[in-house]
Ligand binder design. Sequence first.
Ligand code: SF4
Ligand code: SF4
Length: 123
Amino acid sequence: MPFVITDPCIGTKDSACVDVCPVDCIHPRKDEPEFATSSMLYIHPDECIDCGACVPACPVAAIYDSPDSTPASQKALIEANAVYRVGDSSAVEKAEAMVKAHMSSRADLMAVAPTERAAAHAR
Ligand code: SF4
Ligand code: SF4
């Protein structure tokens, strides 16, 4: 079961998880052109080896250890992680559209500071 990045990454995007991932499955990296316009980072579900290294590295608790453990408020972002493919503009657009839709539908969560957002996921 792959790990999943959720909405506290929006507005944080510090790449701490990228620095510790042993298989380079989190994108876009800072050296990839998509980084500047990306709303958040995404984990490739087929490449993630479930090592767990990214979870303690994330300063805002944005990463859940499986789709099943991802809170209901974040379910739309499971698909965004799955769809995103760096270097594939169509896939990037689809994933970003899913994130934008989530941001619109969960304006309540977006109004919470990223550092406090994970704590609000269960509400
Ligand atoms: S669980 Fe491990 S392999 Fe998967 S995204 Fe996190 S650091 Fe990378
Ligand atoms: S460490 Fe957390 S906030 Fe930073 S880029 Fe990764 S998922 Fe986003």
